[in-house]
Design a binder for this molecule. Sequence first.
Ligand SMILES: Cc1cc2nc3c(=O)[nH]c(=O)nc-3n(C[C@H](O)[C@H](O)[C@H](O)COP(=O)(O)O)c2cc1C
Length: 313
Amino acid sequence: MPSSMTTHLAGVQLRTPLIAAAGTCGYIAELPSVLDPACLGAIVTKSITREPREGNPPWRIIDLPHTSGMLNAIGLANVGLERFMREKLPAAAGAGTVIIGSIAGNSIDDYVTIARAFDESGLLPAVELNVSCPNTSDGLQFGEHPRKLTELLVEVRPALARTKLIVKLSPNVGDIIAMARAAIEAGADALTLINTLSAIAIDVETRRPRLSRGSGGLSGPAIHPLAVRMVHDVHCAMMRGGADAVPIIGLGGVMNWQDAAEMILAGATAVGMGTALFVDPTAPRAVASGLEKWVARQGCSSISQLIGQVRSL
Ligand SMILES: Cc1cc2nc3c(=O)[nH]c(=O)nc-3n(C[C@H](O)[C@H](O)[C@H](O)COP(=O)(O)O)c2cc1C
């Protein structure tokens, strides 16, 4: 990858600004058979909880072709902290790119325990706190109110002695800027915007929801303009605040290089891809190549020169 694509996310150097989103690459073991992980600046693991979770019964993923989206209610299925540390993390850490550990929990104590274990492993330069999963009964408890988020981060921050803290925010809130501000004031080194949108699809013949859990999280092209707007609003609010801008990972419906370029112009330092990997796991290769040519066409020597550079009307 040319140096024009090198990005720094809170001091962590990424070869490209493209990041595989949490939960969309499993534990990373299968990825190298379809895509050289070096095409990605980083990969976020699926969210890990303290205890193993089976997740929700089927159906827990459905395609919504007419909406250009995907609805999932996986329910944080994962092997749990102990097995992840013993089996999955050592293999993932050898994948050839930066690995970011994703943390989910039901209590502050859960988050702190996992954060401490990730930090002590020395294998993860950054962790991403999933406080925004809409697919468990309590997954949003810290992601909906600035005060609850602050209470969580005040405890998690000290557990990360050498690991950068990324907070992944939910779009299912009234005031995304208030959530971003709470995260930054409590010590977040970076933000990820956005997780999935809470949504329902109904089978009109059976008259039942199509997902076993009822509602799920909407992802893919359908949410892209909303994600761009949230990245833009949070970036602008940070700029107005005059403080050093905290880097944003722009995530939501990025399927091609144009979508990724929009995220950069809106204020993202790095760009996540999730649903796109289900459609075509090799997509990041084409996106990286398209971005590289775009940076040159814009007369820039580095993609970082284009962060937040959307022009006003
Ligand atoms: C099948 C599936 C599983 C996911 N699992 C997680 C997860 O474990 N943790 C998390 O923070 N986000 C999870 N997400 C949300 C994605 O990381 C991402 O925020 C969302 O899908 C929006 O990006 P996209 O439109 O590019 O897919 C999952 C999404 C999908 C589609």
